[in-house]
Design a protein around this ligand. Sequence first.
Ligand code: ADP
Ligand code: MG
Length: 640
Amino acid sequence: MTGTDAMAAIQQLPANVVNKIAAGEVVERPASVVKELMENAIDAGATRIDVILQKGGLQGIRVVDNGRGIPADQLTLAVASHATSKIRSDEDLFRVGTLGFRGEALASIGSISRLQIRSRTASDSCAAELEVVGGQVASPIPSAGPEGTSIDVADLFFNTPVRRKFLRTTQTEASHATEAFTRLALAYPSLHFTLNSNQRTVYDLPPCDSWRERIATFFGNELADSLIGVQSEDEQTCLSGYVANPAVSRANNRMQYLFLNGRFIRDRSLQHALSEAYRGLLMTGRYPVSFLKLDMPAQLVDVNVHPTKMEVKFRDGGRIYSQLLSTIRNRFLNTDLTARLEAPPPPGGEPPNAPSSTHRPPPTLPLPTTPDHHPSRLPAQDSPIPPFPPILNRLPSQHRATTPTHAEITTSPLAAQQEIPLPAVTLTTGPDAEPDAQPAQSGSDQAAASQAPSAMQALNRYLIAETEDGVIVIDQHALHERILYEQIRQKVLAGSLETQRLLVPEPVDLSSEEAAAILDARQLLARLGVDVQPFGGASVLISTYPAMLANWNPTDLLRLLAEQLTSSTKKPERRDLLDELMHMISCKAAIKAGDRLTRDEIAALLQQRELAQDAHHCPHGRPTALVFTRDDLDRQFKRT
Ligand code: ADP
Ligand code: MG
């Protein structure tokens, strides 16, 4: 408190101050100007929009369009605050069909820069020009120019030095401006856009028919090729676009493009739905890549909740959340997402896609040229490491270069017992094996092997099997966990999870926080087959538990659930919690790495793999299997 002397009287702020305040909301940096001017051009029906930046837009920004233009007698109004041609009444606010509607952008920009507008409509015989310098509006003068509008913004923030200080390097500002350009050019693939920065053409994007094409122009063919189309529609909302194969991910969520009625938006809830859809498919810390469009009647969304309109408010956010989640999830279930080991290009420089994959592999590997030459079947150390090569990563490096993997597998005590001979064995016996040196017992077993999927266990944690076009290495824990997870999920959703009733309900002592969390989650736990009741103090009584966890002590299970429930600090949504608990149960119930498996167990696991909806990844996001195609192997052995 600074004393009792008179508090300043309340005064209406002068217009130039109001505009500067508004400018603070709308114009944060050059990129904001690029966005506002491009949006105006799109609203004006332009089919071609050129953006020119000087020094990342710090020195100058020019946006030229061939839209319908501004009549000379309205130029002054266009730069007045709260003047717009796009809405007329407050009701219009709830059915906004244009990108702009606040009538603030030009006034704001004019108050903190040197702004020049030159514009001509189809019915005017010549163009008109208007200049605004730091909010001072000059009179319009006749000028020459084509139909459309050209706007120049120079010396942004020249009269607000404090704001200017917040700006970053030219390069950073240029990249923000480019991002603003990208968002709009992505949203309107049918329009021609160009971006020129410091006298260099960065993008020249002619109109294109397909969205994928425009995406490819920005992010390259490799990314565009990894895109999986998604599409769903209900009476009100149409969702369409692409999500990237989980093999392609990013370290942040910046490559998640979401357009609502042609407007780029950021929506936390929908970002969450997206990451839910990828749950179990990405490693922690990785983010999905997506290009999605939502189209819905304007009345169903309020875009007037944020000055730059980047955030919106859906009338029925929950429904859109579910639509997005289920559309993508279902699409993934119909898509083969198996992780493929990408072989490095052969050093000889052969084309990577040599036409060699059309014929079926011969039953045995050809003889090597030198008997005592043991080429490693693992990629060289400096080869590009594929996304998740668990085996390769765990081997010490000297091991990789010198030890034939055969030794590691067969000297493992289990492998000796568990080995089920099948053609894959020829691979593990090393390249010096005679073609007819098949294991003696191969005859009958091979017949059996062709009926049921079979494999050998290696290192007590991997199953190795031959597939149609190569060899597959399966992580036994990850696969089992995935299978159980899918089973539990299906049953929980159908309300048909089998439960086991305890003969005598068991009291379990917990901390009071845990007891409260468990009792809070009672309904949720009931869906998982866990029935609990309060039992005084910090104790709860457990009377049923999932039959799936028959070998489990119900007390331990409850403790674990309590831990899980209290450890989630961020208070996830209900749906999350259920999923989390399902993951936990499947993880706990699954066989572990290090568990020896019997032949029957291996066979059962592989059989269920075929049935599991998404057996390619365990729920934690590690792949359950790596595929080495014959071509991959041939390349590694330099056979091609
Ligand atoms: P808003 O876009 O919210 O209406 P702006 O301050 O961005 O507010 O623009 C004010 C008005 O100027 C617009 O409503 C439009 O009538 C006119 N205008 C601005 N830019 C253009 C343009 N490139 N082409 C045609 N008219 C424009
Ligand atoms: Mg505008």
